[in-house]
Design a protein around this ligand. Structure first.
Ligand code: MG
Length: 466
């Protein structure tokens, strides 16, 4: 009888404990999100992606502990529209952030930005009680109404556009970037809406962005947080801190990438230090392919064809790693994914709801991340401005237009004869198989037609020119 009473008591305590544990685990279900977004880092620029002379041990480790996606795309092949797509889950054509008329990115004299009516990941997470920080390159409008603090971020620390803008030298872009000096580029460093340093001391920029992210993690360890850490590097001008300068076999470009790798290591170290790793998803990716026209100062697309500013695989397929120990199954995923999918995926895993008043172009990838199911994305549209240069369905990619493979000068040519590639069998896009698969051509043309019925240029057009 006594024993029975004792075991009932134990069962009771176990039940109470389980209840509390369950309530606690419910609370834990609101994960922290960190997106680490590099600028112009090529598909082939990481150790884990096979680079022969750049060492990235921290990113490689992150990839081994997480999911590395090998068919992961940005929605545009240059900075501004790529960032707009990531933050809104919508094609840049909808927000009017890739006009195809003149400049394809914002400049210091641009009067526009990402329209405030667009809803960013930060805005949806803020509604769920997240603290939100944008650190690094913004490039979605530098005037007050377009800054991160007006797009759902509690704070901003960074350079509001590309680090090669506001040149002060008469040297050509290539010359100024061959041997860069801080004073050649009069770019501001901002804290929220104030300029705090000009020109930004770019040699310590990666280090300072990293410290800012670490500080934000520590300050917000008790509540859910979202950090959008968008490095300016390795976009030219290339700058590394003294600790990294001259240390890589790949030269200055390698020094810069290895410092970014250190940065990833530092961020993950801080997450682990405060026992947040079981409740924090970290995503690492890049905004577009490498700027190969800069020769040795540009990165590598690895086995892929093309570069930044092109619709070839090298321009739009980027490294992508998802890390969330205990939640995301370590694996290499060869299905299709996109930065467009981050907003719906984050919405799903955080329980934040999506606004019903607009079209989204992203898919929720959480079933692949968490349950290793097939990706819900099976197609990709390769926009260049408002034109679709190519479309992918499954393994096949059909070209309607072509670029210069280096990206410059941009050759916006419509193809007289379309080209078809099987980009799983032929990731370097070397063998045109259009004659062999007429039914695939028909299918992709139909897919594009359906897609275009639902997408209109400048659905939210607010880009003004001065
Ligand atoms: Mg870029």
């Amino acid at each position: 009888m006594k024993i029975h009473f004792k075991s009932s008591l134990i069962s009771f305590f176990i039940a109470v404990y389980s209840l509390f544990e369950c309530l606690y685990c419910q609370q834990e279900k609101t994960p922290n999100i960190i997106i680490i977004f590099t600028d112009d880092l090529g598909y082939g620029d990481l150790g884990i992606q096979g680079h022969p002379s750049i060492q990235t041990p921290y990113i490689d480790q992150m990839a081994r502990e997480g999911q590395r996606w090998t068919n992961f795309y940005v929605a545009a092949n240059v900075c501004t529209p790529s960032r707009a797509a990531l933050l809104t889950g919508r094609l840049p054509i909808r927000s009017g952030t890739d006009t195809n008329e003149g400049a394809r990115v914002f400049f210091p004299n641009s009067a526009g930005g990402l329209p405030p009516e667009e809803i960013t990941i930060a805005e949806i997470l803020k509604k769920k009680g997240y603290k939100t920080a944008a650190i690094g390159k913004w490039h979605l409008g530098h005037l007050p109404e377009f800054l991160p603090t007006n797009q759902g971020f509690d704070s901003y620390f960074g350079i509001p556009y590309s680090n090669d803008m506001n040149p002060t030298t008469n040297l050509t872009h290539a010359e100024a970037n061959a041997d860069p000096k801080i004073e050649y580029f009069n770019v501001p460093l901002m804290r929220n809406e104030e300029i705090i340093e000009r020109p930004a001391q770019q040699n310590t920029i990666t280090k300072r962005y990293t410290e800012e992210a670490q500080k934000f993690i520590v300050e917000n360890k008790e509540n859910p947080f979202f950090i959008y850490l968008a490095h300016n590097m390795p976009h030219v001008p290339l700058f590394a801190s003294d600790d990294f300068l001259g240390t890589s076999k790949r030269g200055l470009y390698g020094d810069v990438v290895e410092e970014l790798d250190w940065s990833v290591g530092e961020v993950l170290k801080t997450v682990k230090e405060y026992d947040l790793e079981k409740n924090t998803m970290v995503v690492f990716t890049s905004d577009n392919g490498p700027w190969t026209v800069l020769n040795v100062n540009g990165g590598s697309p690895g086995p892929l064809y093309g570069a930044k500013a092109t619709s070839y695989e090298g321009g739009m397929r980027v490294p992508a790693i998802f890390w969330w120990p205990g939640k995301i199954e370590p694996d290499v995923i060869m299905d299709i994914g996109s930065t467009l999918d981050l907003l719906p995926t984050i919405s799903k895993i955080s329980g934040a709801s999506l606004s019903q008043d607009r079209n989204y172009d992203g898919y929720d990838l959480s079933a692949t991340l968490i349950e290793n199911k097939k990706s819900s994305r099976e197609e990709m549209f390769y926009y260049h401005g408002t034109n679709v240069f190519a479309a992918r369905k499954g393994d096949y990619k059909l070209y309607f237009y072509e670029n210069n493979p280096n990206g410059y000068p941009e050759k916006l040519g419509k193809l007289d004869e379309l080209k078809l590639f099987n980009i799983q069998k032929d990731p370097s896009e070397r063998f045109n198989i259009i004659e062999e698969f007429p039914e695939v051509v028909k299918e992709i043309k139909k897919l594009l037609k359906e897609h275009q019925k639902n997408v209109h240029p400048g659905e939210n057009q607010m880009i003004k020119k001065i």
